[in-house]
Every structure is written in C-alpha cells, then in structure tokens.
Design a protein around this ligand. Structure first.
Ligand SMILES: NC(=O)CC[C@H](N)C(=O)O
Length: 441
C-alpha cells in the first residue's frame, strides 16, 4: 500500500461539472456514499463517479435496513407501525465531508444523512447528533466541541488457524517492533493520517495487540464523524494487512477492555464556557457534569451497548464502575483532565470501543444540556453504573429526556434490538459454563 500525496484541502465539493472534472482529473472512478447504522458500522453504496450530478437528489435505502440487529435481522414490523410498509429512507450526501482514502486513491468517500419524507430520520445517528447539538444551541446558545479516542485489538490467525492477538509481548506506550512486530500498525497509522480526519497519536495500550489512536478535537458532528471513519478505516486497513481489527469492549478474558473515551467542552461566542479566568471549572461545567451523572444509567445504553460491554466494566483496569467524577483521575466515570483555559473539558470514560460515536455524543449532549438547564449539582461519589445491558436499556426506556431528545420511534426500535441481544445471550450456553459445569455438576 502506498500513500499518494492527496491534498484533501484542494477539493472544492459541489454537485457540478467543475467538481466532477476535478475528480476525473485525479483519476477518481467511484463514489462511496456512506452512513452509520445504529451500531456505528459503516453502511453505504458505491457509484460511478459520473453519477455525481444525479446523487444530489439523494440515495434510497429500505428503512428496515436501519432497524436491524447486529446480525442483520430486522425488528418485528408488527411492533412498529412506522415500518409496516417497509418505506424508504433517503441518504443526502454531505459533500463537504468528501475525501479520498489513501489506500483507495481512485475512490471518493462521502458521508450522508438519512431523511424520511423530507425530515431527518430518527434512525440516522448523524442526524441524531445534529439534533442534540441544535437543541443545545436553541435552548442554551451553546455549541459542543468533542474528541473520541478509540482503542482496539488486532488479531490474526496463527499456524493452526486460531485467532490470536497480533503481538504477544511488549509494554504500554510503545511503538517499537516488539509492540508492532510486522510494522502493520505503523503503516495503518500513516494511511489514517492521509484520511485528513484529524488523526494524531497512536500507541500500544495495556495489552499485547491492543492500540489506541487519537483524534483532534472538532465541532461535535465532525468529531463523531472522525471517530466513526477512524473505526471503519482501521477495520479496512487491518483486512488489507491480513488481520482483523476488533472493537469489542472485552475481547480477551485475561486482558484489558477497549474504550471509546469522549472529551467534551461547550462553547459560546468562541469562548469555552467550562473555563474560568482563575483556571477552575465554571458553573456550566459543574452543571454539565451533574447532568451526565443524572442520566448515567441511560447513557450506558449507548456507551456500553452490548452484552459484552459489561465485562469491561467489571472493576479491572481503568474503566469506571460508578458514575463518580474527579479531576485528573483515570479511575472515574468523568475525568477532568488537568489542562485548563481553552482546553478545559470533561472526559467521559464509560464508553467502550463498540459504541456508536454519534449516539454516545448525542446522549452526552442531551444529558449535559439537561444538567445545565436545571442547574444540577454534581456528586463526587456517584452511584453504581448498570451491571448489564438489560439494566441500561430499561433506564433508557424510562428516561423522559432521552425519549424526547432521541424520539419515541428511535428509543423503541433501539431498545427492541438491544433486548434481543440480551435474550440471545441469556439463552446461549457459553464456553465458560461448558468448561466449569461439564465436570463439576
Ligand atoms: N489508557 C486507558 O485509559 C485505558 C482504558 C481502558 N482500556 C478501558 O477500557 O477503559
């Protein structure tokens, strides 16, 4: 894989002949129209570049495809009248998100938003985040800035065909050949930088084969888009390296889980409202922290969205178990990093790598906004977080702020899909049970 010098800045996207000619001159042959599903996975369609002008009208999908579980099985349409006729969703291309992935230099990737009868669809995570940020804007005059930090494992097949971590040795905060034996992570990082989505540092995390790649902060939709594209870029590049990128919360029993930490600050008129001139935390920062604490259980339905997520939150490692907060403390649910001034921000440490960055950030904005509107007081100790997906989903369904913010249709469909996961796991006989009980019962 080579990384051609692509000047993403030089792209002047528009549905016109000029842009088409620019694309043709660069040798672009196809346009991949992308959206996120409810689980933060990349979905989309690929078109010949010559379709650019026709794409202005949007791309049609069956709505049912965005109401599917992780295996692709849709919700029961009898439970959801809005799905009964299997209507269409339309994806509208956000051309300003267009970029050329360095490992596919003849392809243009463009993010889209899903609408339904001309209105944003509740089943579109990007539209959900836009709506959450708009609510902050209209009710409080605030704008959110965020950054996501996904961790992940790389696995490959050993000589017997079993999936094993890419590295077996090394220590955290390294990028040498012990950590990255074939140089694959170094190559993947270079390609990701070329996506121009604000990729910064890569390093090994606490377990062999586990890495973290960070992103620059950005306005909140850009930040979630980058985290989403980073995850899908890592997955594609890992496949090109003959490996599998794993974004499970807890893929290996004995090793660390993988997080998706989210940093958040709120801004008004170009100023960070979390900061104070004295270098402390503003009332808005404290209210926002309290709002996130108040809605912690429902946030977990997005931060820890799988059955597996709760194994990461077992108390081992630097993952939270209660909705506590503290300054400069990596064991808490909300950490306030030491930087102050314009860099004053909170970090939610509950999210795991399987989270949809868009939905998690939307949930944080609804919760922070509620805390600010009600002037809530944070509680350093917090309360225990849900111990299972079942509890988190029940908390989401009961949460009036989230039902209002995300919409009844979304909450109903999301909860139904997640409950299916809960039921599937409850009925499955695991290796752990087999190993323990076959001899000891
Ligand atoms: N670097 C870190 O903070 C480690 C986070 C840890 N892997 C988690 O899952 O929460």
């Amino acid at each position: 894989m080579t990384s051609p010098a692509i000047d993403q800045e030089a792209l002047r996207p528009a549905f016109d002949a000029d842009f088409l000619n620019q694309l043709l001159a660069r040798g672009i042959q196809v346009i991949r129209v992308i959206h996120s599903d409810l689980f933060g996975r990349q979905r989309g369609k690929q078109y010949p570049v010559k379709s650019l002008l026709h794409l202005e009208g949007g791309v049609a999908y069956s709505k049912m495809a965005n109401a599917e579980d992780l295996m692709g099985v849709p919700v029961d349409d009898k439970e959801f009248p809005s799905l009964a006729t299997h209507p269409d969703l339309h994806a509208h291309l956000d051309l300003q998100t267009a970029f050329v992935p360095p490992w596919e230099p003849d392809s243009l990737w463009v993010l889209s938003r899903l609408s339904e009868h001309g209105r944003p669809s509740e089943l579109c995570p990007r539209s959900q985040l836009t709506r959450a940020n708009e609510i902050l804007g209209t009710t409080l005059g605030l704008d959110a800035v965020a950054a996501g930090e996904p961790e992940f494992y790389l696995f490959r097949n050993d000589a017997n065909g079993s999936s094993v971590p890419y590295a077996t040795n090394g220590v955290s905060y390294t990028m040498d050949r012990i950590t990255d034996p074939d140089g694959a992570v170094g190559r993947i990082h270079r390609q990701l930088i070329g996506m121009d989505i604000g990729v910064t540092v890569v390093n090994r995390e606490f377990s062999p084969g586990q890495f973290e790649i960070n992103l620059m902060h950005d306005e909140v939709l850009g930040a979630a888009d980058s985290a989403f594209l980073l995850k899908s870029g890592i997955k594609e590049l890992a496949i090109l390296e003959g490996m599998e990128a794993n974004f499970m919360a807890k893929p290996v029993t004995e090793e660390e889980g993988s997080s998706l930490h989210v940093h958040l600050s709120l801004w008004k008129g170009g100023e960070n409202v979390f900061a104070t001139p004295e270098g402390g935390l503003s009332p808005e920062a404290l209210w926002a922290i309290a709002g996130i604490q108040a809605h912690a259980a429902a946030i977990m339905a997005f931060a820890a969205p799988t059955v597996n997520s709760y194994k990461r939150l077992s108390g081992a490692g630097l993952s939270p178990r209660t909705s506590n907060w503290d300054e400069d403390n990596r064991f808490t649910f909300i950490r306030i990093p030491a930087e102050r001034g314009r860099a004053t921000r909170l970090e939610l440490r509950a999210g795991d790598a399987s989270a949809s960055p868009h939905l998690l950030m939307a949930a944080m904005l609804h919760a922070a906004g509620d805390g600010i509107r009600r002037g809530l007081t944070p509680d350093a100790a917090g309360v225990p977080l849900p111990r299972s997906l079942e509890e988190s989903v029940a908390a989401l369904e009961k949460n009036e702020v989230f039902r209002d913010g995300f919409g009844e249709e979304f909450v109903g469909i999301y909860a139904a899909l997640k409950r299916r996961e809960v039921q599937g796991f409850a009925a499955a006989v695991t290796d752990w049970e087999w190993n323990l009980y076959r001899r000891h019962s």
